[in-house]
Design a protein around this ligand. Structure first.
Ligand code: CUA
Length: 416
């Protein structure tokens, strides 16, 4: 029997191209296979935990590569040396079958054990290292709690208490101090999720009724992509988040700003007409902004994040005031908290400073007016099965006109 797939008809080069093509397709869209430095590449370790994990990967890779080369060489040698050279060889009886050579067999068992021990030592060391912050660094560790929801992440800062409120809470963007170990307590309110920031650490599951944790550290300030890594329902694949690592001073400033109640834009003179806003439209499965994140194109993602912290120069107080009214009228306030304004809900992400985030919809969409408009108009299309639609829009019969969307977008963008 001959497998037609590997028949000579396809040609040696055809098969090579197929294999290469398969490799190139594997990594997905934002990943250059040859550079291996995509947003979620584990090959670019930006902290000690990710480095420890990468080291274990390399040890395993090298050991298996050596085994592959040795076995391949022996196989090639035997195939060439003992091939049928003449017609007579081809029709000859097979040689007498032996039962193996005990020395070779014991040698192979010994070599396998040796290879496993070489892999096991760094693996076990890595497991202990990544489980707990090393004793000498514990005193300087920062602690946060990450909670998985279908399909977004809530982040709580137990060290940052707000008078009369409780700990500081954010959604989908975890801001941490750079150069310090950060212990992340992992919780979930519904199903199993998994917390994974490929360049920093992961993955550890968030399991119902069980307290898991991991620690990570970003060596330098930076902007990192994260992703839920455990299937958790309809929109698992688009359950994302970001980690923003800041210098000590920037982090302290950020915390101070986040503790403030929501920003209120001073009302303009009455009677002014609200401007009409036009938003771009998107294809159903088009998630990036014009196919490419603005953060990739113009400035570094971290600088883009920093720019996002200040109010847009062209904001319209009339629209913002109208949006604030609609936030209650359209029942958004029942599921989202906006400290200092009307929102009091806890079902959806905290939105007190949502305008200062670089992403919305659980880290899926870039936070800009076009994408926010799209998210408000078609939450069911962007993130199938999400609660904003299934338990918000549907039972409350929420209908938004274009003017409503424009006002809500302006209001949310003003919450810096
Ligand atoms: Cu949460 Cu997958």
């Amino acid at each position: 029997m001959r497998l037609s797939y590997f028949s000579p008809g396809h040609g040696r080069w055809g098969r090579a191209a197929l294999a290469l093509g398969g490799l190139a397709l594997l990594p997905g869209c934002d990943f250059n296979f040859w550079r291996m430095d995509g947003h979620q590449s584990t090959m670019v370790a930006s902290g000690p935990v990710a480095k420890a994990q990468l080291d274990v990967f390399y040890v395993t890779c090298w050991v298996t590569l050596v085994i592959f080369i040795l076995v391949g060489a022996v196989l090639a040698y035997a195939t060439i040396k003992f091939r049928a050279k003449t017609d007579a060889d081809e029709h000859a009886e097979p040689p007498a079958q032996g039962h193996g050579n005990p020395f070779i067999e014991i040698g192979l068992i010994g070599a396998s054990i040796f290879a496993l021990v070489i892999i096991a030592i760094p693996t076990l060391r890595g497991i202990w290292y990544t489980y707990e912050v090393p004793a000498g660094q514990k005193a300087g560790a920062y602690e946060v709690t990450a909670t998985g929801y279908q399909w977004w992440f809530k982040f709580e800062y137990p060290k940052e208490q707000i008078d009369g409120v409780g700990p500081l809470v954010t959604g989908n963007e975890l801001v941490i101090p750079a150069g310090r170990p950060v212990v992340v307590q992992l919780r979930t309110v519904d199903v199993i999720h998994s917390f994974w920031v490929p360049k920093l650490a992961g993955k550890v599951d968030m399991i119902p009724n069980r307290g898991n944790h991991l620690w990570l550290q970003a060596d330098e300030p930076g902007y990192f992509w994260g992703q839920c890594a455990e299937y958790c329902g309809d929109s698992h694949a688009v359950m994302r988040f970001r980690v923003v690592a800041l210098s000590a001073k920037d982090f302290a400033d950020w915390v101070a700003g986040q503790k403030q109640t929501a920003r209120t834009v001073a009302a303009q003179s009455t009677g002014a007409d609200a401007p009409k806003v036009q938003f771009a439209s998107f294809k159903r499965n088009q998630y990036g902004y014009s196919g490419k994140w603005a953060a990739d194109a113009a400035v570094s993602p971290l600088d883009n994040w920093k720019q996002q912290q200040s109010p847009a120069p062209d904001e319209s107080p009339v629209l913002i005031a109208q949006g604030r009214r609609l936030f209650t009228a359209k029942t958004c306030a029942g599921c989202h908290t906006i400290r200092g304004h009307e929102g009091i809900g806890i079902t959806g992400p905290e939105l007190t400073h949502v305008g200062a985030r670089t992403t919305i919809a659980g880290g899926l969409l870039e936070n800009n007016p076009d994408q926010m408009a799209r998210w408000l108009r078609h939450p069911d299309q962007v993130k199938p099965g999400n609660k904003m639609y299934t338990t918000g829009y549907v039972p409350n019969n929420v209908q938004l006109t274009d003017d409503d969307v424009g006002a809500l977008v302006a209001y949310l963008a003003s919450l810096k």
